[in-house]
Design a protein. Structure first.
Length: 644
């Protein structure tokens, strides 16, 4: 169409009265039909959906511009009054489709890398000749034997080898009732196992980004909350009425003077102000940000998460497994004797080697970070079969091992509501404690001296001046004195159950942010992806801090590999920079539109002006957003920090 319209651009008089002009016009009309009805159909569908929902998105003014361009062009061709704008129509739709293609390919590539190439920080425990080993998900193969503990996600379709299993498929179907499975049954990927650890044999590799599809399922959209609308959609809400108003005013101004000029002015405004550059700026910028973050082991669920991150003003941390590095924790067992504990219906005795085996047998089935640490400590201890295993989130675990009832967890979980003071605790105020009870006899507690993640102090120093920073933990306040040196004491909250964490997030979302004229808090929650699923979903942005464990949760909006913990501040900074680029690109696009409107309202806009202004503005936006996201978002200072 551009080739056939080229003589019009040059104003060749030889073509003015030539029969080829009419012929070329008809060919352009025929070529424009599939462009309009096939290539541009997704813009029409999106705009119609928005109108039915009584709102305006960026596709509404795009559709108005496309229709005005097509109708006016058809009129000019069939009335022999001009060559129309079919070539401009085709080039603009091409550029917009390239933008959509770039966005979709970026998201697909990220999904592929997250899942299949093990960029997704989800690992699985395999069993080979009786020894356990954690491997990246990408290395899981057909025939591998895997171990799935309580509440762990099943990463691939498998055959159950253990006697029984209870599978919760609520993440896939929304149905919360666990399904009972027996040995030999097929277990499909995406379910969570509830109960004692089970063994399975993989019969289908993870090869279709299944987990990422699960992550992006509409089931996990954060409904019923103050969802942040994309910036492009917010701009389109006032952009469209303004464009229509200008076109109507131009029509009214010229109507009594020159009807033809009035119609030209009306359609020209709709054509020249088609917000194609606005529509391109977001996908190119956000797509680049997602790619750059993924390269640095920070994975976001979608582009909207970037916009939400840019508005965060309150940050809530879980403690165990989030702020602390359970891999490097020091662990000892402290025996409680009668002189150290009030009875409260419980008896206390020393722990024997046999009882250590009972403890090992129970913690083996749990996926909680502290349980896994105890299990690692007792890795050489033989274990018994466990029956009736139960894990109570935020409290502890219990079950029957070799005909003994074993409970392991918090002091309140072991002793009950009226738990006694233990003198031995006074010497260990700055460490986590995991209590052990066998047949209602309290044996003592595992003392776990947590090591906080590298860069913790530096990160808190950067976050506190700009954000409300909280720590909400299910553990006791043993480490309060340490934490209050880095976080305000009134923002350290302990002994919180998962449901209480969720309610706390709700409360923060209703509080105005300090020193800013904001009606509510925009809360980011950082947890381990398992016990914090409710709070992660409730928060405006939920981020899971992941080691090499199977703690993936569809409730989160993003995952940060634990080694990049200190870069949390960078994640927020990059999101803000990305939004600045989009705003700057909007300003550039609006500048082009102002120039176009100047010519359009005069009713004398030529196809040459439209052919130059509209594609050039789109190409300018593409180049600006691509270059700016490479050099402004990820500057040299950031790269030097990363290399260090």
């Amino acid at each position: 169409m551009m080739l056939l319209s080229f003589p019009e651009y040059l104003g060749l008089d030889a073509l003015a009265e030539s029969p080829f002009r009419k012929f070329f016009g008809y060919i352009n009309f025929l070529l424009a039909l599939p462009v309009l009805f096939y290539c541009a159909r997704e813009f029409f569908t999106s705009a119609w959906t928005a109108i039915k929902q009584r709102t305006l998105n960026m596709d509404v003014p795009i559709v108005l511009g496309i229709l005005a361009m097509f109708i006016r062009s058809s009129y000019e061709v069939f009335s022999q009054t001009g060559a129309g704008y079919f070539d401009t129509l085709g080039s603009l739709i091409l550029l917009m489709l390239i933008g959509r293609l770039f966005q979709n390919r970026t998201y697909d590539a990220l999904s592929f890398e997250r899942d299949y190439k093990s960029y997704f920080p989800v690992a699985v425990t395999t069993i080979n000749n009786g020894s356990e080993k954690q491997i990246p998900l990408s290395k899981l193969r057909t025939g591998d034997r895997i171990l799935i503990r309580n509440m762990e996600l099943i990463p691939a379709d498998s055959i159950l080898l253990s006697k029984v299993a209870n599978i919760d498929y609520s993440f896939v179907t929304g149905e919360a009732t666990p399904i009972s499975k027996k040995s030999g049954d097929t277990i499909y990927a995406g379910g969570r196992h509830i109960g004692s650890a089970v063994e399975m044999e993989v019969f289908k590799e993870v090869s279709h980004s299944y987990l990422t599809q699960l992550w992006n399922d509409s089931i996990f959209d954060k409904e019923g909350k103050h969802q942040i609308t994309s910036l492009a959609t917010r701009v389109s809400r006032w952009f469209t009425p303004i464009v229509i108003s200008i076109s109507v005013l131009a029509l009214a101004f010229w109507w009594n003077k020159d009807v033809l000029k009035a119609l030209n002015a009306f359609t020209s405004v709709l054509i020249i102000t088609c917000p194609c550059a606005l529509a391109l700026s977001s996908p190119f910028t956000l797509g680049n940000i997602l790619r750059l973050l993924g390269r640095n082991k920070i994975y976001l669920k979608n582009a909207l998460s970037i916009e939400k991150l840019a508005q965060v003003n309150t940050i809530v941390f879980d403690k165990t497994g989030t702020l602390t590095n359970t891999k490097n924790a020091r662990i000892d067992f402290v025996v409680i004797d009668d002189s150290q504990s009030q009875k409260s219906g419980m008896e206390t005795t020393n722990i024997s080697e046999y009882e250590i085996k009972l403890v090992k047998s129970l913690v083996y089935h749990s996926s909680h970070p502290l349980s896994k640490k105890v299990n690692e400590l007792l890795r050489d201890v033989k274990r018994f079969d466990t029956e009736d295993f139960v894990e109570m989130e935020g409290k502890g675990i219990e079950g029957w091992v070799d005909e003994h009832h074993v409970k392991i967890g918090s002091k309140k979980f072991i002793y009950g509501e009226n738990y006694p003071g233990v003198n031995a605790e006074s010497d260990f105020r700055h460490a986590s404690k995991v209590y052990v009870s066998i047949d209602k006899n309290v044996k003592g507690f595992f003392l776990i001296k947590n090591e906080y993640r590298k860069g913790f102090a530096a990160l808190m120093k950067k976050l506190r001046p700009a954000f409300n920073v909280y720590v909400v933990s299910g553990d006791n306040d043993a480490e309060k004195n340490f934490l209050k040196a880095h976080i305000d004491e009134d923002k350290l909250i302990f002994h919180q159950q998962p449901g209480e964490k969720l309610q706390f997030i709700k409360q923060l979302q209703q509080l105005p942010f300090r020193n800013q004229n904001k009606t509510k808090g925009n809360v980011m929650m950082l947890g381990d992806g398992l016990n914090d699923a409710g709070a992660l979903k409730q928060a405006d942005v939920g981020i899971a801090i992941s080691d090499d464990v199977n703690n993936f949760s569809p409730a989160c909006d993003g995952i940060i590999e634990a080694s990049r913990f200190e870069q949390l501040i960078d994640l927020i900074r990059y999101s803000k920079r990305g939004m600045n680029i989009i705003k700057a690109s909007f300003a550039i696009s609006l500048l082009y539109n102002c120039v176009g409107v100047y010519y359009a309202v005069q009713g004398t806009m030529s196809p040459l002006i439209a052919a130059i202004l509209m594609p050039v503005s789109s190409v300018t936006i593409i180049l600006f957003t691509t270059i700016a996201s490479e050099f402004y978002i990820w500057d040299k200072h950031d790269e030097s920090q990363d290399n260090r």
